[in-house]
Design a protein around this ligand. Structure first.
Ligand code: MLT
Length: 326
């Protein structure tokens, strides 16, 4: 390489460094899109909208929520995996990031390789609920009814890969009964149909069901937690109600495409940590039976660890249940 060229290359490298350094220093300098992989009005959407407000204040940039539905959350994840790694496209996803690799043989992304983790957001149990005139008053009566009327009962979910699908799968396994499942683009619209009586039962996060349970618009048989929830004191736990150790906690986390600059991820993580200490977020989460993670949980490391351990946890359980999206 001659002197001029190497000098030119050095100058080019320097100015490229300056541009890159600036891009990180100035981040965010335009609105951030936060992608929700399910319908508006559902639990993932609710959690995202709640944290996006204080995150936006902290980052000094608008956060635009975009709902991209389909295939149990995998359509949105596939799109974010291919988005530019510039911090302007962030994915909110849940436990489905860890079940999809086993459910889909042709998943168009690898959760461990195509994303960087930003931090965990919440943990939330699920409720087993039914339309309000469903002919069962307790979980024991529900199980009995499902076993004897399996081909008449419809079970709503948000598609293969959704939390509601995982919970429904575990319920059917636990009672050794197959029901007809009805997929929706999210449990927001599924809940509307449950209230309207168009579907019979559903397993859904308390974030979505608490209001309708307390308002008497749907029946709740059990909460998939170790202990009763403060805001749903009359709803027994699954083990109290006779379903043994059937427990399920859904976790949410934020992701950006692989190879996003660590300085950008650090800014997003800090904003997430601030949002999780925001009083309005804490109060609304408490009303919805949704627990914000600790500051240690809202880190890329804790999130990465959760993701990989949950992939390992769910793979044999899903295989054993013989459930697949293919
Ligand atoms: C949603 O936001 O609609 C839910 O998280 C769907 C689900 O996973 O059950």
């Amino acid at each position: 390489m001659n002197e001029y060229f190497s000098g030119f290359a050095a100058a080019a490298a320097l100015s490229l460094f300056a541009i890159t350094a600036n891009a990180q220093d100035d981040y965010p300098s335009q609105p951030i899109t936060m992608v929700v992989p399910f319908s508006a009005g559902g639990p993932t959407d609710t959690v995202t909208r709640l944290i996006s407000e204080p995150m936006s204040k902290e980052l000094g940039s608008e956060i635009v929520i975009q709902n991209i539905t389909g295939a149990g959350g995998t359509v949105a994840a596939g799109q974010v995996a291919k988005a530019p790694a510039d911090g302007y496209t962030v994915l909110m996803h849940h436990i489905g990031m860890s079940t999809a690799p086993t459910l889909y043989s042709n998943l168009p992304y690898n959760p461990l390789e195509d994303f960087e983790t930003v931090g965990l957001v919440t943990e939330v149990p699920m409720t087993i609920v039914a339309r309000k005139d469903f002919p069962a008053e307790t979980l024991q009566e529900l199980v009995e009814y499902l076993k004897t009327h399996a081909d008449e009962v419809t079970l709503a979910n948000a598609g293969t890969g959704a939390a509601s699908q995982l919970c429904g799968m575990l319920l059917m396994e636990a009672i050794d009964t197959q029901l007809t499942t009805v997929p929706y683009p999210g449990t927001g619209p599924a809940l509307t149909d449950l209230v309207g009586g168009q579907v019979d039962i559903m397993c859904d996060q308390t974030t979505n069901t608490t209001g309708q349970i307390l308002g008497g618009e749907i029946k709740a048989y059990a909460v998939t937690a170790e202990e009763r929830l403060a805001n749903l004191p009359d709803v027994p736990t699954t083990s109290e109600a006779g379903l043994g150790d059937f427990q399920l906690r859904i976790w949410h986390g934020l992701y950006v495409p692989a190879e996003t600059d660590p300085a950008i991820i650090e800014k997003l993580t800090s904003a997430l940590q601030v949002a999780l200490q925001d009083q309005n977020v804490i109060d609304r989460f408490a009303e919805l039976g949704t627990t914000p993670v600790s500051q240690e949980g809202a880190t890329p490391e804790a999130h990465a660890e959760m993701l990989s351990s949950q992939i390992d946890l769910w793979a044999p359980i899903i295989k054993e249940a013989g459930v697949s999206a293919d």
